[in-house]
Design a protein around this ligand. Structure first.
Ligand code: Q9C
Ligand code: ZN
Length: 335
């Protein structure tokens, strides 16, 4: 399997996140990706495929904000990582304010996603990692390809960061596949959390089917997206499928939902599949509450592989750092 990892992604090293009313060490440690890269070496480095494919998903205003946010923060005399503390309630006027705190609020939706000195470099190369891994699948040289992306992407929308995500690597790849001529692309999201950014990006787009299996947003982050009645809008109506599951879900119950998602994807009949893979469904994950065991990941992947579509696997979450390489290796072995 073609594998891409770029060490420039390790430049992002957030110190802390706001959690349950106080500061906690940030869960997205650089060691997450470094451990997987060590175990599954060798990897191809990312090629620089430029900003155009990023701007096919994200707004120019947001990309400009993300690139300069930390410098603006420093210019305002602030120490450490940049993070917002005031957010415009949905529906407020789209004001173009200059103050860094207002801009952080405008382009984010939570307080667990700081902009660090290395965030732009790392997220740029995460997007390039996904795009580089996509190329041989587009060319037909590879049936399956793995993009070891970090920071993850599926919570990032066209004009917002959140959930440890800045650029939506899977969405950028899916849009690039559409632009390369694939008429129908599916994104299957098997991270523990709902992929709200990917859903928002393709919500009114009937050419990209989004299916997600995740913790019920009634109990779990990101709360405001991921409910079963979100089915797409306009031309995208029916091309969005959310399958929320309760905390404590075991492999058996998970597989039942997965099979529902896979049937829907097969009916959509995509010529290319993007898998947003989070290993935070693991029973030992420190911030999540499903009960998938290490030995389940190959079986989970085999079912996805049985769709028989050219597939790009994009790394999303997974925070049990010591078990992560085993879980990812097991998942990839199922393809
Ligand atoms: N600090 C991914 O798995 N947790 N993102 C909120 C408050 C946010 C996880 C707890 C979890 C986001 C890609
Ligand atoms: Zn997650």
């Amino acid at each position: 399997m073609f594998r891409v990892f770029d060490p420039r992604q390790l430049a992002h090293a957030p110190a802390q996140e706001f959690h349950n009313g106080g500061w906690a060490p940030h869960a997205d440690l650089p060691a997450r990706a470094a451990n997987i890269a060590d175990r599954l070496a060798p990897f191809e480095p990312a090629r620089d495929l430029g900003r155009t494919p990023i701007l096919r998903v994200h707004t120019p205003e947001y990309v400009d904000f993300l690139e300069h946010a930390h410098a603006d923060w420093r210019a305002a005399g602030r120490p450490g990582d940049a993070i917002g503390y005031a957010w415009p309630v949905v529906g407020r006027r789209p004001l173009n304010l200059d103050r860094i705190d207002a801009r952080l609020g405008r382009f984010s939706y939570d307080a667990c996603t700081p902009v660090t000195p290395g965030t732009w470099e790392a997220s740029y190369w995460a997007a390039q990692t996904a795009l580089t891994a996509l190329q041989p699948v587009l060319d037909g040289r590879e049936r399956t390809s793995f993009a070891l992306c970090r920071p993850p992407g599926h919570h990032a929308g066209a004009d917002y960061l959140g959930g440890y995500c800045y650029l939506n690597n899977a969405a950028i790849a899916a849009r690039a596949a559409r632009d390369a001529g694939h008429a129908r692309v599916a994104v299957l999201d098997v991270d523990y959390h709902h992929g709200n950014g990917t859903q928002d990006i393709f919500l009114d787009d009937g050419s990209v089917f989004f299916a997600s299996i995740h913790a019920d947003p009634a109990s779990d982050y990101p709360f405001f997206w991921g409910h079963a009645d979100e089915r797409g809008v306009g031309e995208g109506e029916g091309a969005n499928l959310n399958l929320p599951l309760p905390r404590g879900t075991t492999f058996e119950a998970y597989v039942a939902a997965l099979d529902t998602a896979l049937e829907a994807v097969a009916r959509f009949d995509p010529s290319l599949l993007v898998v947003s893979f989070g290993a935070d469904t693991f029973e030992g994950d420190p911030i999540s509450h499903f009960r998938i065991a290490t030995g389940d990941y190959p079986r989970l992947a085999e079912r996805i592989a049985a769709l028989g579509r050219p597939t790009l696997i994009v790394m999303e979450g997974g925070y049990a750092v010591d078990a992560l390489a085993d879980n990812v290796e097991g998942f990839l072995s199922g393809f």
